[in-house]
Design a protein around this ligand. Structure first.
Ligand code: DX5
Ligand code: ZN
Length: 216
């Protein structure tokens, strides 16, 4: 399966959001990654519904919402309403995560669980068969532009094995510090969806960078 690139708009120039979305439309990216932060689950606040709504109007890509908020189940229906196609919620943020995953799926969206760098894969044991994707955080969530944590490579490989042993088709998404230097190792370990913020938006040729990441 070919790699899916999901540019993270957190790193874009919000003063020209329309142009940035148009750039992604012109690229080979299939997903667009939307980081929602509440200032509680993570130390940073990013943006919410109005930005998703604006992106939805312009994008031709799959809107992939990464919820870094406490009790994300409070907002699932709203994110659907404003344009989400896929929602991932953190294992660490949600007590009744099975119920939340069912709700995401019942609204016709793809459902993912995100694991922080310290959260082990085996915590997915009783839920993995319900998931469309697992997001492995390769930085501590909250900020763009951080350095990729090298141990993430072994974690991705272990997750790939874990999924294969259960005969599942769960996709593996990786988020944080992914760039042209580590994308090959991330792919070889078993990731199929690569999120890239700074690597894309700080590049002089973002459309080419998205293609290079996809063809790595
Ligand atoms: C971090 C966010 C990431 C971030 C990635 O908490 O979840 O999606 O935007 O940005 P880079 O690629 O710059 O690390
Ligand atoms: Zn993210």
């Amino acid at each position: 399966m070919s790699i899916i690139i999901a540019p993270s708009v957190l790193a874009c120039d919000f003063s020209k959001l329309g142009e940035e979305i148009e750039m992604i439309n012109q690229s080979v990216a299939e997903w667009i990654h939307i980081d929602v932060m509440d200032g509680m689950f993570v130390p940073n606040i990013s943006f919410g519904f109005p930005i998703l709504e604006a992106i939805r109007k312009k994008t031709t890509k799959i809107c992939d919402v990464h919820l870094m908020v406490q009790q994300p189940e409070r907002y699932i229906a709203d994110f659907k309403k404003y344009g989400a196609d896929a929602i991932s919620i953190h294992w660490e943020s949600c007590t009744h995560i099975h119920r939340a995953i069912q709700e995401i799926k019942s609204l016709g969206m793809k459902a993912g669980i995100v694991l922080n760098p310290h959260t082990p894969i085996h915590f997915l044991e009783d839920i993995i068969h319900e998931l469309d994707y697992v997001l492995i955080m390769s930085v501590n969530p909250g900020f763009g532009g951080q350095k990729f944590i090298p141990a993430s490579i072994d974690k991705i490989a272990a997750l790939k094995k874990y999924i294969a042993e259960r005969n599942l088709k769960t996709l593996i998404q990786v988020d944080g510090g992914v760039d042209i230097n580590n994308a090959r190792a991330v792919k070889d370990a078993g990731a199929t969806i690569l999120v890239a913020g700074s690597a894309v938006f700080k590049s002089a040729q973002p459309i080419q960078m998205i293609q290079d990441l996809k063809e790595i």
